[in-house]
Design a protein around this ligand. Structure first.
Ligand code: S3P
Length: 192
């Protein structure tokens, strides 16, 4: 019988080490900014946990954020979203990616101000080009509505942000590298 060889890719320097988070890291920004993709990539790179508030919501409600907004309206969704935010921030420190409208509620903003928050900035036009289907995002609207919504929210994102990262023209890998640098410099991503 022929001998089989399996070749494994050598682990990267980051993979060989164990990292931990000293506190939760929260990603905010407009729909399409890449929050959940960056959170997942960071978690993969460093063996950490990522939690997306919309996924957490969907797992517990049995329907997506978009479907819930269509069925029950935005205000009902925001109530549930606040409960989700409180819950995920009470769990062991994780990379938390938030739905784009988390900053709408003052109560959420007060909670976020106590955290390390990275605001992934994007224009409404670039966000639109990154979103394949708007069906899951009933609040995006048409491009004029999205520009107006983002213009109003920009100050709210800034209000809670510890750091702002401009993601325009950058892919998930590049943004993740910038986030990693910030977290290491701030002593939040620690080698165990
Ligand atoms: C929303 C953004 C969505 C989701 C919901 C409302 C918003 O999350 O929470 O549709 O108000 O901006 P993403 O930012 O992940 O698309």
């Amino acid at each position: 019988m022929a001998q089989q060889h399996t070749y494994k890719k050598a682990p990267s320097a980051a993979e060989q080490r164990t990292y931990s988070l000293a506190q939760p890291v929260v990603l905010v920004g407009f729909m399409g900014a890449g929050k959940s993709s960056v959170a997942r990539k960071l978690a993969r790179n460093f063996g950490l946990t990522s939690i997306d508030t919309d996924h957490y919501f969907a797992n517990h409600q049995g329907m997506s954020a978009g479907a819930y907004i269509r069925a029950y309206g935005e205000a009902a969704f925001r109530d549930e979203e606040t409960a989700v935010l409180k819950k995920v921030l009470s769990l062991p420190p994780a990379i938390v990616s938030c739905g784009g409208g988390i900053v709408e509620r003052e109560e959420n903003r007060e909670l976020l101000k106590e955290q390390t928050v990275l605001f992934l900035r994007i224009s409404a036009d670039e966000a639109r080009s990154r979103i394949s289907s708007l069906d899951s995002r009933p609040l995006f609207g048409d491009i004029e509505a999205a520009r107006a919504l983002l213009a109003r929210r920009e100050a709210l994102y800034e209000e809670v942000a510890t750091v702002t990262i401009d993601t325009s023209g950058k892919g998930v890998g590049q943004v993740t590298t910038l986030v990693q640098r910030e977290l290491k410099e701030r002593g939040i991503l620690c080698l165990q």
